[in-house]
Design a protein around this ligand. Structure first.
Ligand SMILES: [Cu+2]
Length: 165
């Protein structure tokens, strides 16, 4: 559990055969922009076989996500939600906290569909087959229903981690 004022320390071990980096989407990096994880902007990619530790104090509460920022690895699924809790009482009281992550899911790697994705004469994003969205990491057609009980208050954290829309 990560709370405002905590230090996030994330060590990335790169076992890919390409460079990588991990960007914390939406988090301010005041004074730590070298920890922003934007490959070839604020850092060089982490070489294959190497590792790098991202470490900074988190200043904001809310629902964010971490994603790869090199070689379109984000579109290939290198991503995860990140929840930062308020220190003390949240602004609104609730009984349950529920995360709803939305992702797209391709059956080919980004490299395999790069030509159609980047071709300016073709529509962007490229047509997507139906049923290839994920909700909490599961195909949207197979996701378990969410149950709500009368009289309880729910906080829904929606995070869109898709690469197209
Ligand atoms: Cu991002």
């Amino acid at each position: 559990m990560l709370t405002v004022g905590d230090t996030l320390a994330l060590t990335v071990h790169n076992s890919l055969n390409l460079t990588t980096s991990i960007h914390a989407h939406g988090l301010f990096q005041r004074g730590t922009n070298y920890m922003d994880g934007a490959a070839m902007v604020t850092q060089c990619g982490i070489p294959p076989g190497d590792r790098f530790t991202y470490e900074y104090v988190v200043e904001q509460s809310g629902t964010f996500w971490l994603h790869a920022h090199d070689h379109h690895q984000n579109a290939d699924g290198l991503r995860t939600a990140l929840v930062v809790y308020d220190r003390g009482q949240p602004p609104v009281k609730y009984d349950e906290d529920m995360l709803l992550s939305l992702e797209d899911w391709y059956t080919e790697t980004f490299a395999e569909r790069e030509r159609v994705t980047l071709d300016p004469s073709l529509p962007f994003p490229p047509p997507h087959r139906e049923g290839f969205g994920l909700i909490n990491g599961v195909n949207g057609n197979l996701t378990k229903p969410m149950h709500f009980r009368p009289g309880r208050t729910y906080r829904l954290r929606l995070v869109n981690m898709s690469s197209a829309r």
